[in-house]
Write a protein that binds this ligand. Structure first.
Ligand code: 3PY
Ligand code: MG
Length: 271
């Protein structure tokens, strides 16, 4: 029997683990990809990555043995096409707040008759050498995850989760907290209620659920709640956390040196 495609795995609710890559260099992406995650998600939304760098970053992820996804900068058909033509096996589309917006993301991601993606001789089709087989297989292989991260998206979650062609609903807790006016410890309970409402609706619709976590500390809790797809932290967060730990440890070994009092945790509030 053929191995399930990335889309089939994600859509079926098989557990998948990834992290964001925001450092615009193939070395950083390849090192991260070798860490053991199933996928890396190149974060074109919240980084200084240019369109011209996406293809090399996707190549680096593959070299490191991970599936390459791209978080596109918005729900935009040109950006989605650029990521997929570069060879990404999945796209994460931010700020999808209605069924209409989810349908637009589906149209941009799928070739006809399921959508309106344009066929071109990019890297994904081996620069056109394999365009026919690529076009024939792409709709079945490419994972579309839409991000639910606004109060409006929570209101519309039943309709979003029902959109055929959306493989996974991915909760962005940072933006969702901001949108709900529930940022920080005081808003934690309201955020939790909204997240659980999204999870319940997706479960009812049979839609797989993804979630960003800044660390692995509560992945088990959310896995139990029904989340199958996790993006945990990012390359910049790992770099910041390790550097801060090393600075703190060496400062306590050499009193008077270092600026440990200034060291925090990079990107803790990523959204
Ligand atoms: C958010 O928390 O807003 C996200 O987009 C997570 O990646
Ligand atoms: Mg966000």
């Amino acid at each position: 029997m053929a191995e399930p495609t990335f889309r089939e795995r994600g859509r079926s609710g098989a557990p998948l683990l990834g992290t964001f890559c925001a450092i615009p260099h193939p070395v950083a992406v390849e090192v991260t990809a070798r860490a053991g995650f199933d996928l890396v998600c190149i974060d074109w939304e919240h980084s200084q990555i240019d369109r011209g760098e996406i293809e090399n970053l996707v190549r680096a992820a593959e070299s490191g043995g991970a599936v390459a996804m791209v978080r596109v900068p918005g729900n935009n058909s040109e950006a989605i096409a650029a990521a997929l033509d570069a060879g990404a096996e999945g796209v994460l589309v931010p700020r999808v707040s209605s069924a209409e917006e989810a349908e637009a993301a589906v149209r941009a991601t799928r070739y006809p008759p399921d959508g309106e993606r344009g066929a071109g001789p990019g890297r994904a089709s081996r620069y056109g050498y394999d365009i026919a087989p690529y076009v024939a297989a792409a709709n079945g292989k490419i994972l579309l995850a839409v991000q639910v991260e606004t109060a409006r998206a929570v209101e519309n979650i039943d309709a979003i989760a029902a959109v055929e062609g959306v493989d996974l609903v991915f909760i962005g807790p940072g933006d969702l907290a901001v949108s709900l006016g529930a940022f920080g410890p005081d808003g934690a309970e309201r955020l939790d209620v909204a997240m659980r409402r999204v999870i319940a609706s997706c479960k009812k619709a049979g839609r797989a659920i993804g979630l960003f976590r800044p660390s692995a500390s509560d992945v088990a809790t959310w896995r139990e709640a029904g989340v199958s797809f996790f993006i945990v932290a990012s390359d910049t967060m790992f770099l910041g956390a390790s550097a801060a730990d090393a600075a703190k440890a060496s400062a306590s070994a050499a009193p008077g040196a270092g600026r440990a009092q200034q060291a925090g945790r990079a990107g803790k509030g990523r959204s």
